[in-house]
Design a binder for this molecule. Structure first.
Ligand SMILES: CC(C)(COP(=O)(O)OP(=O)(O)OC[C@H]1O[C@@H](n2cnc3c(N)ncnc32)[C@H](O)[C@@H]1OP(=O)(O)O)[C@@H](O)C(=O)NCCC(=O)NCCS
Length: 166
């Protein structure tokens, strides 16, 4: 049974959350961090878009943002691609990442989106372990996908397609 982190709430990301989100992003991803403007634009564009183009959520605890997740939806709603997920270092291993994923999965289930997928650096063992433990499966690889350092990506999927091995 998944733990429910106490005092943590998940809600849609707002423009006012962006500075806190961008701080976590820089601390977690360093040189690969998205710039603040990328979050600002996505919050605005996802809010305005119809039909839906994607969603961004934040996890908050003690009045502060402690994590976030974003996904993009394909035009026909056949798949959602997790484009960003992070939990602040001091808030990890409390089930917050899992709750963010469950929120995304519940959205997909409600909207009939059958596939939720993502890419992770092949060397990001922590993330791979996390996704495995939360029901994602490795379904393929992209060679030389990332730069600095050059590295392949592992594709992982959740939903009714994950059984299809490449
Ligand atoms: C990956 C990440 C989002 C996980 O967030 P989290 O809130 O710590 O994860 P949870 O507490 O919900 O973990 C759920 C389960 O995943 C597994 N897990 C999570 N972190 C793990 C780690 N460092 N090592 C091994 N297993 C891990 C565990 O099974 C855990 O359950 P448990 O604590 O009961 O054993 C977080 O470590 C993070 O932000 N990492 C840096 C950014 C990143 O790599 N993002 C993904 C890019 S693709």
């Amino acid at each position: 049974m998944a733990r429910r982190p106490r005092g943590v709430a998940i809600r849609p990301m707002r423009a006012a959350d962006v500075p806190a989100v961008a701080r976590i992003e820089r601390a977690v991803f360093g040189r690969e961090a998205w710039p603040t403007i990328a979050f600002t634009r996505l919050v605005r564009d996802f809010r305005r878009a119809g039909p839906a183009r994607g969603r961004l959520w934040v996890a908050t605890g003690g009045g502060a943002v402690v994590g976030y997740l974003g996904f993009e939806l394909s035009a026909l709603g056949g798949e959602a691609d997790i484009i960003n997920l992070a939990v602040a270092e001091g808030a990890r291993r409390r089930g917050i990442g899992r709750r963010l994923l469950r929120t995304a999965e519940a959205y997909c289930a409600r909207r009939g989106v059958p596939l939720l997928w993502l890419r992770a650096r092949a060397s990001n063992r922590r993330a791979r372990r996390f996704y495995q433990r939360t029901g994602f499966r490795v379904v393929g690889r992209f060679r030389d996908y990332y730069e600095e350092p050059d590295e392949g990506a592992v594709l992982m999927a959740w939903g009714r397609y994950w059984r299809a091995r490449p």
